[in-house]
Each structure stands twice: as C-alpha cells, then as structure tokens.
Design a protein around this ligand. Structure first.
Ligand SMILES: [Zn+2]
Length: 336
C-alpha cells in the first residue's frame, strides 16, 4: 500500500479477552512525500467523546496531497466502553466506589506498553495497537476528557516544549520529570523515546463544538509543527503555561449550602477578586466567601467529585472543594 490516499480499515484484537474480540476503526492518511509517522488516538475511556469528533473534523478536511509521511488515527480506542457510555469495560464503578476490584484493572490507560497478559479486553487492545502502530511512531497524541468543572488541559514533557507550544492549546502543562505512573500513555511514550502529547477535552459524555474545533485546529498545528504539512500555526491570543510544580490554590468550604460562583472557568482573576460564595439555604445569607489571594487562572469551579456516587451539584458540604486556582509560570501572547 504505497499509494497516496485516505484509507479506512480495521484493527482486530488477536484473541478473546473477557469474551470479546473487537475491531477498532483505523483511518490512515498516506501523504505524498516521505515524512514522519504520527499516531493520533482518542477515547481510551468511554465517556470521552470530543476527541472522536475532533478527529472526524480533521479526517474530513485533510488532504493527502498536502501531507508528507503517514498519519494513523485511532478515534475509538475503546469501542465497547464508548457504546456502554462508561469509562471502562465491563465496569467503571471501582473509580468512585469501593468494589473490591482495583480501579486500575479495567482502565485501558494503565496498560501501556502491554507486558504480561492480564486477561482483560483493555490489555488486548493496547497490545495490538502498540505492536501494530504505536511503537513505530515518531510522535503521538492521546485525546481524553474530564468533567467540565475543570478547564481542558494539554501536557507534554519539557523535551517537547516547542511541540507543546506549537500545538496551540490555550492551557498546557510542561512536565519536567519522567512520568512515574506505570501504564500511562505518557510513561510508555517516554520510555520508548516517542514525542507525545496528552490533551484532556471537556466535558465528558457530550460534544462541545467549541472544544471540538479547538482540538481539530491543534491537530493541524501538530502536523505543521512536525513538518508533515505546510502552513501557519493557528494559536489563541493567549496561552497559559504551567510547570509541573506550579502553584495551585485550593479552596474548600467550611460550611454547607449553595455554591454560587462569581466568575467563570478560564477567567484570569485579580488579587482580592470574589470567586465564589456559599449561601445558606435557610436564610439566603452569604455563609462563606472565597477571594483570590493573588492573580491566577480559575481552573476548577465546583470540585473534583466524579461518578454517580459523587453527584454533580452545586450543593456543597463542609470540606468540599469548591475552587482551584492555578498560577501560570509563563503567559504566551501570540499575534493574531
Ligand atoms: Zn481518559
């Protein structure tokens, strides 16, 4: 298959695991000239859908005649979990409820690179993806999605700082030390010497057009930055950059009530600015308020609870995380 073109095919797992053999959709764009091999994947976790839509947008727009090298898109890494509307197959509950099962057992993004078989479907997927494509790649991108109580975030190693900046996401973190968590995509890529970025795209479960368009723009930036495609980078006017050890300011309420924010996620707030109040449900008086102790980016509003046991609600109790501010280490300004 030497010809230029857009090729749709499938990649099948090699054996039954948990009763399943699955085939993953593979979209290959073979460019005209020689160039790098890039792997772009999404939805290792079933609630994380915006990466699929971003890849769909890129796939419709991409022209092999304008590409040097080869790009493989794996938009639906975990088809069974996606169709179940859950993070993991067969159960996601260990992530937020004691079940007696390790929350890592079924988590696909703890199984890179595949080593010994553990009998899970997730491991059968990582094994065939790693051996067929990823270990041969020059660079890779892994698209995820967390809840929209936080901002979206991209990250990569300091070695890839230029690539991370060129990727052009408005919020990114530079990781200085080698990743320590075994089985993460970034750990596997680091150990294999593959340039790798991760991007969390909010929200879960639903498509947000703005974030899909942003991620698609970033994917094209990645192709430009790696020399696969000609053209100017398209970056936002401001990019907030965080080092791994950046300052974070957590606010937890000492009282219960209704959390009413005074700002929006992504606002860059000033010292002393009102961020959020907790209002008493008995008399509607402000029982507690939180003001920014310094200039910072509003990164989270409403806490980090996740899963059906935690409740997605602005009703808060003493000790609830209500806000996370991040202090950027660098603010990049891009001419528009
Ligand atoms: Zn994920």
């Amino acid at each position: 298959m030497r010809q230029t073109g857009k090729i749709q095919q499938f990649l099948e797992t090699k054996y039954y695991a948990q009763g399943i053999r699955v085939r993953l959709p593979v979209l290959v764009c073979k460019g005209k000239g020689s160039g790098p091999f890039g792997l772009i994947m999404s939805s290792q976790h079933g609630r994380e859908l915006n990466g699929i839509a971003a890849i769909e947008k890129v796939w419709r727009a991409i022209s092999p005649e304008k590409i040097k090298g080869r790009i493989v898109f794996l938009p639906v890494m975990n088809p069974v979990a996606v169709m179940m509307r859950k993070q993991d197959f067969p159960i996601e509950e260990p992530r937020f409820r004691p079940t007696g099962v390790s929350q890592l057992l079924y988590n696909m993004n703890r199984k890179w690179p595949p080593q010994k078989k553990d009998g899970t479907y997730a491991q059968a997927v990582t094994e065939v993806v790693w051996n067929t494509y990823w270990k041969h790649a020059d660079f890779s991108l892994d698209l995820h999605g967390w809840t929209d109580r936080s901002l979206s975030l991209a990250w990569g190693m300091k070695k890839q700082l230029k690539l991370l900046r060129d990727y052009g996401f408005p919020y990114h973190m530079v990781t200085q030390k080698s990743p320590e968590t075994p089985g993460l995509s970034e750990t596997a890529a680091y150990n294999a010497g593959i340039a790798h970025l991760v991007n969390e795209l909010t929200p879960q479960n639903r498509i947000r057009l703005e974030i899909v368009n942003q991620a698609a723009t970033c994917i094209f930036n990645l192709l430009k930055a790696t020399g696969m495609m000609a053209g100017e980078l398209v970056r936002p006017a401001v990019q907030y950059e965080f080092n791994q050890q950046h300052q974070q300011i957590e606010a937890r309420t000492p009282v219960e009530g209704l959390l009413i924010p005074a700002v929006n996620l992504g606002d860059f707030v000033q010292k002393g600015q009102l961020i959020a109040r907790v209002v008493s449900l008995e008399n509607l008086k402000t029982a507690w308020e939180f003001r920014a102790p310094k200039e910072a980016l509003v990164f989270n509003l409403g806490g980090g609870g996740w899963g059906e046991d935690k409740g997605d609600s602005n009703i808060v109790y003493p000790g609830s995380l209500v806000c996370l501010l991040k202090v950027p280490d660098t603010i990049l300004k891009n001419p528009q």
